[in-house]
Write a protein that binds this ligand. Structure first.
Ligand code: SF4
Length: 196
């Protein structure tokens, strides 16, 4: 199982395979590996010391940033993620990004954006669709229809605590019209927009 891997010159940490969603486009539906990873399917969630040990095998300072992404939703392990992010910044001086489905507040039952302050440099949030019904149909979140509004609220909140916030959609998973609607939502929220 691969915990740390290089993907197109970025350094990624695969902290868990747990996820609240079953997105139809999820890469996990098509392959077990990405980049130089052998397999991103985890036998178990790695503990913090295991991840730190893995990082020692990498030239972490040679990367622009370290990204928590992998084959699951990283905020499922948000406390461990934040401990590791502090370690990465202290030991290697690299900025830290989270790629997330934006459902951390529903996972943890509270407003988690303040937890990120001073620790996380960048958050990329998968918006994926332009309204709640279409989001549910595409991503099948375990929290149902309320997920989409929770993501919008999360984007607004994270902006208060993290220097750079972007939202993204997956090309090929939604119509051009829906992409443009999502672009407008991002503009209204005053965050960057990416088509992946
Ligand atoms: S939120 Fe991410 S990890 Fe979870 S199913 Fe969707 S694409 Fe896959």
């Amino acid at each position: 199982m691969s915990i740390v891997y290089d993907y197109f010159g970025g350094l990624y940490i695969n902290l868990t395979n747990k996820c609240t969603n079953r997105c139809e486009f999820c890469i996990r539906n098509f392959t077990d590996s990405l980049g130089n990873a052998d397999s991103l399917v985890l036998d178990r969630d790695p503990d913090i010391e295991e991840v730190k040990a893995e990082l020692r095998n990498w030239d972490v300072r040679g990367y622009d940033e370290v990204v928590f992404c992998g084959y699951g939703e990283p905020t499922e392990r948000l406390p461990e993620l934040l401990q590791l992010a502090k370690h990465i910044k202290a030991a290697y001086g690299r900025p830290v990004r989270i790629n997330t489905n934006g459902l951390a507040d529903l996972i943890w039952g509270e407003d988690t954006a303040p937890w990120l302050e001073g620790i996380i440099d960048s958050v990329s949030i998968s918006l994926n669709e332009s309204d709640a019904e279409r989001y549910e149909a595409l991503c099948h979140p375990e929290f149902g229809l309320k997920s989409y509004d929770a993501i919008l609220k999360y984007i607004k909140n994270v902006k208060k605590y993290v220097p750079y916030v972007a939202v993204s959609v997956v090309s090929g998973s939604l119509s051009q019209a829906a992409i443009e609607e999502c672009r407008k939502i991002a503009a209204d929220l005053d965050v960057a927009f990416k088509v992946r």
